[in-house]
Design a protein around this ligand. Sequence first.
Ligand SMILES: *Cc1c(COP(=O)(O)O)cnc(C)c1O
Length: 524
Amino acid sequence: MNPADDRTSRNGEESGMEVWYSSTRNGRIRIKASEAILKGLSEDGGLFVPDHIPELEKSFQELAGMSYQETAYEVMKLYLTDFTKEELENCIASAYDSKFDTEEIAPLAYADGAYFLELFHGSTIAFKDMALSILPHLMITSAKKNKVKNEIVILTATSGDTGKAALAGFAGVKGTKIIVFYPKDGVSPIQERQMVTQKEENTYVVGIRGNFDDAQTGVKKIFADKELEERMNSQGYQFSSANSINIGRLVPQIVYYVYAYARLLGKEAIAEGDKINVVVPTGNFGNILAAFYAKNMGVPIGRLICASNENKVLYDFFRTGEYDRNREFVLTSSPSMDILISSNLERLIYRIAGNDPEKTADFMKALSGEGRYGITGEMREMLGDFYGGYASEEETAETIRELQKKTGYVVDTHTAVAACVYRKYVEETKDRTLSVIASTASPFKFTRSVMNAIASAIAPAIAPADAGKYDAMTDFELVDELAALAGKEVPEAIQEIRTAPVVHDHICEKDEMRRTVEEFLGLE
Ligand SMILES: *Cc1c(COP(=O)(O)O)cnc(C)c1O
């Protein structure tokens, strides 16, 4: 029998190359992909990492002829080696369907000398849909495979976009509940409205009085609480994470870098083997890490350009080799990147430390203790493919305005940070390699900042008459204004929340998160 025709054989058997997962802080752990997806985070606080990065099996000529879904299968089967072909294909088909408003799922748009990879065509119009529309399916499949009887409780801290994307993914999914914590004053009005109007009984949304790092720290503490875990278990629950530390989030994100390269080849924008650079607006370091994995799988990526906003802890890290979170937390117009602890960086640290869990654990201990660590010169040498840059608030607004004026293309604030850093990169290095800029949110999600930028509110000298022009308008009025300006229809995700009733109004202090979870679950 040809194993490729056997729909029940595991992907790892098919290719003969099983991938096992261990923890960045404990090398003795060795589990399958489905177990890593269920657990989310390792018990030692580490992140799950594959024991090797698999190579792509298909040529880019072949990949160029594939749909997004087919590409997803080609990439994901190499990591999720204990899934059967049928299981994985079902997950992919359930995720990447008409929830996306474009058949291409992740289209490329050319503007001002670079390609924007639009990752915002899913149900919540931000890039987290790319992974969070498939994660619930990967998780229930993993639960079935591992004969899990407990109900799975997804616990998530969000800086805005993850929350809604996770809610949308898990809402109504049998055998799961989802609890989302967001910083009460740290997300945009539209982001908040998207979350607090979420329907379905298995969803819970809580605003905390604190910032995103407080929310994330609180969630990590709850995950690490053994006593709570036992009580949960005795009452038929277990936690899992939908945060970008879950390997089930990371793997689907590798897909679009493979897809983008194949598409560029298909369009003849590049020739086979040509390098591209990628520019990624970065917060928790998940998206750019996926690009790094794609590069290591064989995608000809030159530089990985890591773009930060004024919370430029990563920029400083790439420039100095020191990661230091001891600094002021800045609220910016790109709130999904307002992060001082980029969790996924741990996977890169692990790798450049020679896949050494003891060293990684030491760095992370220093981070949670003193709030900083410095890597060795040897480790720094392994970061040559990365370039760190950042954009100030003014530069971000200017980038939106200039791009719109020059090309008519309107980008959101996060994407603008990347576009700005890309321009600085070219100025500094003169490297004109064709670049793909990850476009992580629709401008309709951050309408006020986008419209203010275009109206030159931040640079009133240029157009004094326009300054402050939008202050009197509601966010939804601005949405219509943007639609007219960009010549685009208002996305469905925005239309539906105009009238949806608020169903979640829970607020808590940052030290009350655990109690809130216990209340929701009715734990004794
Ligand atoms: C989450 C998010 C980012 C940052 O992505 P990371 O994977 O956390 O680095 C950037 N832009 C938007 C719009 C996001 O939602």
